[in-house]
Design a protein around this ligand. Sequence first.
Ligand code: SAH
Ligand code: SF4
Length: 338
Amino acid sequence: MKTLSGLNLKEIEEITDNLGASKFRARQIHNWIYLKSVNSIDEMTDLSVKFREELKQTTQVTDVKIKIKQESSDGTLKYLLEFPDGECVETVLMRFDNRANLTACVSSQVGCAVNCSFCATGKRGFIRNLTYKEIIEQVLTIQRDTGLKVTNVVFMGQGEPLLNLDNVLKAMEIFNENFQIGARRLTVSTSGIIPGIERLAELDMQSTLALSLHAPNHEIRSKLMQIENKYPMPDLHKALKKYIEKTGRRITIEYLLIKDLNDTIESAKQLVNYLKDIKCNINLIPYNPTEKNDYQKPSGNSIMRFKSLLEQSGKKVTVRLERGADIDAACGQLRGKV
Ligand code: SAH
Ligand code: SF4
């Protein structure tokens, strides 16, 4: 059985050619898959019944199964999806009531090798990369299930996207061309893989790069993230500067706030200094508790104090709204386990 999801127009044309149908049929199928997100070939109602029957002999819409679906009280949906080899990943859909934006948070790997101390995904270790098809299937599955059109995609689910960059880039191209999601509505979040950042700079990426910095200095960062020993902050700084110069884009700095660890006045000052010549917005993420470590959520007061210290440096600072914590769909809580 061939799976239609993930095929581009040319690949669908090969199928329709084989069935002796016109190229126009391929265009119709393509629309049903990417824009109308049907669940079955039978729903492709502008194809004749006879042609649909022929198509069904050799092809199916998808081979991804929704294993579990949970809905949070704030409307966030979390899916556990299963691929044919039995591996699972989580995908989250966030709706922000005041906007028409529907943001899908997709995974790029099963597990993650970076193993940051605060993250539930890393605890599983690295299992395998997702193919670009498996990445876009996450968005297609959401669209098929909800009947809604995803408008933004963030690579902030499980995995380190810059360690699976070929598939991530290919998926981004398809989001752009087939889903008609603009480059500016795509965000790639990285723990700071310098060769990957350099490659994105060379490619002149116009999507948003988000860096999980999480610390104001080497000492704290290496406690939180082992990757700091491989790609330390001074080198990261150089890579970011080059990236911004080359692409002309403003980056996003993600900063996980952990009580008494990196939420102090001193930390804020050091962070301001580190970012003083980096064109960026800052997104503060209050730590979401996961099992097996003793980090704590910062108090509301310390979040506000930290925020205003950064704002005094002239940067735009936002505090990430916690989405879906009651169903473990918030940042760092994705495990991909049944
Ligand atoms: N691997 C990439 C993208 C996935 S993680 C990266 O690390 O950037 C998406 C974001 O969630 C990252 O900023 C990550 O640091 C953050 N995160 C991980 N664990 C968290 C936790 N327990 N609470 C809040 N945010 C967390
Ligand atoms: Fe991997 Fe990102 Fe989790 Fe670190 S925070 S373990 S890089 S998914």
